[in-house]
Design a binder for this molecule. Structure first.
Ligand code: 1GP
Length: 228
């Protein structure tokens, strides 16, 4: 199922709640990245998602919606990522929201385009961490979540989400050792090509978000840094 993702190395993540100029968006879309994810935590509205979608669609880069709330789902993306937050204290974020989404949309869902992510949020200060009432796992918990993602839930993606801070490459390496079929996505704090290369050494795909908005020039350099 993850065949269409298996050649991905690099993804930029754009937040529908943040402003980006036309010029900067063009640079992101034409950077050579493998895809653009539209996703965020706060203030994700259907209008914001549709606005980004229509602007990204002027380019040929694949476009993915990472679903954060049921109100901001729309057709028109190439792929849909559905996070299941493994380290949330609340079943809601692991099961109930997904259950509601499937109940509502299952008749129009095309599973060739939908990828469920085993999501592990590893930065206590990330908005998503508090929003989902997550608990900070020990390293051994993270590797067990990765193992469960592949062997219990058979999900195509395990996502180590450090959003806003640079994570621990040694833990990314340990997590990768747990996975044979499930792809390892790493996101968080990548601001330059050195960090991109360091995380890509173990992760299958790196995701670069915030630095698009803080230092685009450096962010763009992360693309070539991980191209094989
Ligand atoms: C966020 O994993 C992505 O969901 C990327 O993180 O914004 O810190 O680059 P940054």
């Amino acid at each position: 199922m993850q065949n269409s993702l298996k050649d991905f190395n690099h993804i930029f993540k754009l937040d529908p709640a943040k402003e980006i100029s036309e010029e900067d968006l063009d640079k992101v879309c034409e950077s050579g990245t493998d895809a653009i994810i539209v996703g965020g935590t706060d203030d994700v509205t259907l209008d914001g998602v549709l606005d980004l979608l229509s602007r990204i669609r002027r380019h040929s880069v694949p476009c993915i919606l990472e679903i954060s709330n049921l109100e901001a789902i729309t057709p028109g993306f190439d792929h849909y990522f559905i996070p299941m937050v493994m380290n949330s204290r609340e079943k809601k974020w692991m099961m109930d929201i997904q259950h509601q989404a499937i109940k509502q949309y299952k008749d129009i869902m095309d599973w060739d385009d939908i990828f469920v992510e085993g999501y592990c949020i590893l930065n206590e200060n990330a908005k998503a961490f508090t929003h989902t009432n997550s608990q900070l796992p020990e390293d051994a918990d993270v590797t067990a979540y990765a193992y469960m993602t592949e062997h219990v839930f058979h999900l195509p993606i395990f996502y180590m989400e450090y959003s806003g801070t640079y994570g621990d490459p040694a833990l990314v390496k340990k997590v990768k050792e747990q996975l044979d079929n499930t792809l390892l996505f790493y996101g968080g704090g990548i601001e330059n090509n050195f960090q991109a290369t360091e995380m890509k050494e173990h992760a299958d795909v790196i995701i670069v978000g915030n630095s698009i908005y803080t230092d685009l020039k450096k962010a763009l350099k992360t693309v070539k840094a991980v191209k094989v």
